[in-house]
Design a protein around this ligand. Sequence first.
Ligand code: PLP
Length: 365
Amino acid sequence: MRIPVYDPLPEVEFLWPELEEAFRRVMRSGRYILGPEVEAFEEEVAQYLGVKHAIGVNSGTDALVIALRALGVGPGDEVITTPFTFFATAEAISLVGATPVFVDIDPRTFNINPDLIPSAITPRTKAILPVHLYGLPAEMDPILEIARSHGLKVLEDCAQAFGATHKGRKVGTLGDAGAFSFFPTKNLGGFGDGGLIATNSDEVAERARMLRAHGSRRKYYNEAVGYNSRLDALQAALLRVKLPRVDAWNEARRQVALRYNELLSDIPGLVLPEVSPGHVFHQYTVRIPGRRDEVQRALEAQGIGTMVYYPVPLHRLPVYAHMGFSLPQAERASEEVLSLPMGPALDAENLSRVREALWGALKGL
Ligand SMILES: Cc1ncc(COP(=O)(O)O)c(C=O)c1O
């Protein structure tokens, strides 16, 4: 039996009767976009996160784009971010007409290195966009302090970190706004695209709601060029079934990570992640210096799925390469990282198969 890098089906099977009931409810309601299901989901997420406003949108990418615009980021502005993330993080900055300024990562956490942020600030800098990569919160204390002292906005990219906490507070509520994704593989994954913006600011929330609906607060009285980026009622209803389980599933992921760290500790040539508090292990990512691709092929041959998040740091992609950034830690990480199978339902047998395969590939070192 193949072990996929992530398998959404155990959650679906487990929740089937409730998902079916939510599906029927929406089908028979006659309301398929926004409406009471989305409002209820927004309220439940706001309560879960401990934030004043939650605004459902079409995708995590749209959540970033709309949040940036709602925060007043636009043409001519610079936004400081990490090069070691999914393309959408920087793409959103470019889409609003601003310029991403890439700052290297901390090799231990894979997240933006706050010590390097101050020297990247220019008179055009408008915001900092940290990413909580793999489910590990970025170092928010220094980031918020730098932002405060320079008058910058902070937008958190929480696509991979639903439910992650920083000193007991949920990510997405620490900065001026947070952007979440409900892409099916995420810790709170939908059944199609979906996303959400969280903010404590009434003004940002109002602008985000206006922008997601073609720039109108009142139908047909459009006041800005916005987007068609409304969350579907069906996604909201299905996500409402999953939301109450997300903490238990995140805890199960942490237990899988702890078990991996025990099982893999004696394998030569592997660098294991720290299981720090608040980490929700969207991915369990190891480093394999010098032999990553070879090990990935060996695992694949034994039916074990793995992924490289991400093989090219954003500043090396054709879109941004002309900017000439040189960011050695992100470049090195992109050559060494390998994400192993992860999910709340991974059992002991699966984990020992992964261990045996890694041991077989690396024992001769
Ligand atoms: C870090 C990060 N940012 C943004 C996104 C974009 O989210 P979506 O796919 O929902 O547009 C993703 C995931 O896909 C992501 O991993």
